[in-house]
Design a protein around this ligand. Structure first.
Ligand code: GAP
Length: 516
């Protein structure tokens, strides 16, 4: 299946099965805003909890907070967001479509790299075991020409970003003959900066009300509470503060479903360290965060680090964890060494000392910070994309295919489906009793409508790891059939064992113990 088509299928599936709906749909929707349905809300909660457990519960020196979305407007001047939280935008004069200039260039570079990869794979298939990849990459004229092109453009691109040179960004687009991806037109406007923050008014009388912003990141709520937490929690450096919550950005190009939204949720942690120790902690958190991603079992080969081309002026190291979606590798999480920039800026703008007295060194300093910042919605999409499978079958009923969401059991929205085989002979009563017991421990779903095969399919489609079927034998010997989502295998087990079997698999304990 073409990968773009697969992505579209996943989006359609997310809507059909109650994961994600376009916001305000009956009013024709609101661009780049989405609602989570009954299964989506469960999955999102489970991902958020898994992150919280791994970051806050497992690390004794990390605590969690929940700061307000509205904050004093000076905070966004101090953080640099008022002046510099911009994206370079460019419009196509013919199609009237708006794009991020930097993304057009990045996509172009990615395409050139794709050509090299294709060429290499073709040769690898042709020559089989005797294929020398290194030699091929170093000698094939087409590969070398594309490599040279990439290097040249990339170096111009990085310089232009570093100098905020908007004219040069446009020139690269012109020189590379980059066309509007939708219309194919090359009729471009100038490149302009566009601030991404939403503002609103605090207070009832508009003229006297002050302008405030919807936070574009949760991180600043952590920085401004650094001393509150440090003092009230008697925290000793190194320590971290984590929080999850909504963030808002007026994205120029909001596309690709929940990948880039105007209202989204972040899960961030700021780790405060001694100046000079930050790069060692940067490596520490890089490693720890990648392990968290890999613990989901979606495939090691699907992840990679991508170091930033342009370091923000306050950062001395930055990398992204990327996941391979059907539309290519995309950033899911950023890990940044932010130096003492944020605390120093808040110290300057608020006039309050943001220092820590280090008893061991007998000195005060503004701590340095390592940040881990992951988008919950993007992580949600990672789980959807990594779990979705159109599976061809040669068993189980008349169907010869099923869509199965192989969501890690501990993240699955529904853990157990309780299904009476038929709607008569007292089976629903027995099933209800089992359901009443199980729902004290797990999110369960009771279903008696349609054939058992159809009900299995519906549970596969939302990723329910276990189905329990109650039949006529159940009332005779207190046994049920347990059906496993991934293998579709069925087993007869005593009803008393259901809870333990399910519990073992749907608890994140095993994953957490490997991270601890
Ligand atoms: N405090 C640092 C910060 O906000 P960022 O790279 O701008 O860094 C961090 O954002 C993460 O938030 C990204 O890796 C991504 O997962 C998520 N994110 C950012 N913008 C987003 C958007 N418009 N829609 C969905 N997720 C977004």
């Amino acid at each position: 299946m073409v990968q773009e088509d697969l992505f579209k299928k996943i989006i359609a599936h997310a809507k059909e099965y109650g994961f994600v709906f376009p916001s305000s749909e009956i009013y024709d929707g609101l661009s780049a805003v989405y609602d989570y349905g009954q299964n989506g809300a469960e999955l999102k909660n489970n991902i958020r909890n898994y992150w919280w457990d791994a970051m806050v519960n497992l690390n004794e020196n990390v605590v969690g907070i929940d700061s307000a979305i509205f904050m004093h407007p000076e905070i966004w001047k101090a953080s640099g967001h008022v002046d510099a939280f911009n994206d370079p935008l460019i419009d196509n004069k013919d199609s009237k479509k708006r794009y991020r200039a930097d993304q057009l260039i990045e996509d172009y570079l990615e395409k050139l790299q794709g050509k090299i990869n294709k060429e290499t794979e073709k040769a690898a298939n042709k020559f089989g075991e005797s294929f020398d990849r290194e030699k091929f990459l170093g000698t094939n004229p087409r590969v070398l020409a594309n490599r040279e092109k990439i290097d040249k453009i990339h170096s111009r691109f990085v310089k232009a970003l570093e100098k905020d040179d908007l004219e040069e960004l446009r020139q690269i687009i012109i020189d590379c003959e980059i066309a509007d991806p939708e219309s194919g037109s090359r009729n471009w406007t100038e490149v302009r900066q566009f601030n991404l923050m939403f503002d609103t008014r605090l207070g009832s009388v508009n003229e006297s009300a002050s302008k405030i912003y919807l936070r574009p990141e949760t991180a600043q709520g952590i920085f401004v509470n650094f001393l509150n937490v440090q003092k009230s929690g008697r925290m000793k450096i190194p320590f971290g503060i984590a929080q999850t919550g909504k963030a808002f950005r007026n994205e120029i190009v909001a596309r690709q479903f929940i990948m880039r939204m105007r209202e989204f949720e972040q899960m961030e942690m700021q780790f405060f360290v001694r100046p000079g120790e930050e790069l060692a902690w940067f490596e520490f958190w890089k490693d720890k965060r990648m392990k968290w991603h890999l613990s989901l079992g979606l495939g090691e080969e699907k992840y990679r680090f991508h170091d930033h081309d342009k370091l923000a002026h306050y950062a001395n190291a930055a990398t992204d964890i990327e996941f391979e979606f059907p539309i290519g590798f995309k950033e899911v999480e950023g890990i940044h060494s932010r130096t003492d920039f944020d605390l120093s800026q808040h110290q300057k703008f608020s006039g309050k000392k943001m220092q820590y007295f280090d008893n061991d060194l007998n000195e005060s300093y503004v701590p340095y910070v390592i940040e881990t910042s992951i988008g919950l919605d993007r992580m949600f999409l990672t789980v959807l994309a990594g779990s979705y499978e159109d599976e061809k079958l040669d068993k189980e009923g008349a169907d010869d295919e099923r869509v199965v969401m192989r969501i890690p059991a501990f993240l699955a929205p529904v853990k157990v489906a309780v299904l009476p085989l038929v709607k008569k002979d007292g089976l629903p009563d027995v099933a209800r009793k089992i359901m009443d017991e199980l729902k004290l421990d797990f999110n369960c779903q009771y279903e008696e409508k349609d054939s058992i095969g159809r009900r299995y399919r519906r549970q596969d489609a939302i990723g329910t790891p276990y189905c329990i079927t109650i039949d006529h034998q159940t009332s005779k010997d207190d046994t049920v059939t347990i059906r496993y989502r991934d293998t579709m295998a069925q087993e007869r087990i005593p009803v008393t064992q259901v809870r333990d079997i399910v519990q073992e698999k749907v608890s994140p304990k095993k994953q957490l113990s490997m991270l601890g």
